[in-house]
Design a binder for this molecule. Structure first.
Ligand SMILES: Cc1cc2nc3c(=O)[nH]c(=O)nc-3n(C[C@H](O)[C@H](O)[C@H](O)COP(=O)(O)O)c2cc1C
Length: 210
């Protein structure tokens, strides 16, 4: 029930009022995103969290001039690995061994299988696969934000190469795929703040096979 309440409360906020969101709330939202599931646990993305006003203003120019990018409190940029490299894959398998304190044969077999195959696939295929993991995390972030009564907008309406250039992401082997401004809705300026939620009817959405 609680999740349904949050899902009905949240909406893709079009206008934010510039008020600051407390650091504790931001930290909990980011921590929820960090705990998101991902394919074999790789977490093939990083977050850049921008609260600097000048930088948000510049990023707005790369984001179709969407006002939330500047008027949010914190702008979360999902920056995805441009490629699966052996180093990145090994780092994950090593971390699991270190945290769990065990080294199993099955796990090492899986490591070898992935290291010898994934980096050889087309780069765009790997980038797309990595991006899908970031989309899962975005969904988690939206719910976590709603749980803090913080508004958020999922965004792919921006120029990724411009955002990459502004944040120097390519040099780090990263590419921006999603933005998530976090802040507070401006009820008067936001034409959607009182709008009814529109979704397909359940009968056209989920088919049960008993
Ligand atoms: C991946 C993704 C990208 C989106 N990009 C934008 C965007 O760039 N700007 C925007 O205002 N809304 C964007 N939206 C919001 C959708 O338009 C919105 O989620 C949808 O209309 C459903 O409305 P609701 O989220 O308010 O319930 C995006 C949503 C998703 C999931």
């Amino acid at each position: 029930m609680r999740v349904l309440e949050l899902m009905n409360w949240r909406y893709a906020t079009k206008a934010m009022n510039g008020n600051k969101v407390d650091d504790e709330k931001i930290n909990r939202i980011i921590e929820s995103i960090r705990l998101s599931p991902s394919s074999i646990g790789l977490q093939p993305y990083e977050l850049i969290v921008v609260s600097n006003p000048e930088l948000k203003k510049v990023l707005r120019t790369a984001g179709n001039n969407q006002s939330q990018i500047e008027d949010c409190s914190h702008l979360v940029v999902f920056a995805v690995w441009d490629q699966y490299t052996p180093e990145r894959i090994h780092a994950w398998f090593d971390l699991v061994n270190e945290v769990r304190g065990v080294k199993s044969e099955g796990w090492e077999r899986m490591r070898n299988g992935i290291v010898s195959s994934w980096p050889n696939r087309p780069q765009e295929q790997n980038f797309n696969h990595a991006s899908m993991q970031a989309y899962i995390a975005l969904g988690v972030g939206l719910i976590a934000a709603a749980d803090e009564r913080v508004d958020a907008t999922p965004m792919e309406g921006f120029n990724p190469s411009e955002v990459d250039r502004i944040l120097g992401l390519n040099e780090k082997g990263l590419r921006s795929v999603l933005l998530m401004p976090l802040g507070y809705r401006d009820e008067e300026k936001d034409y959607l703040s009182q709008a009814k939620k529109v979704r397909k009817a359940m009968v056209n959405f989920a088919k049960h096979i008993d």
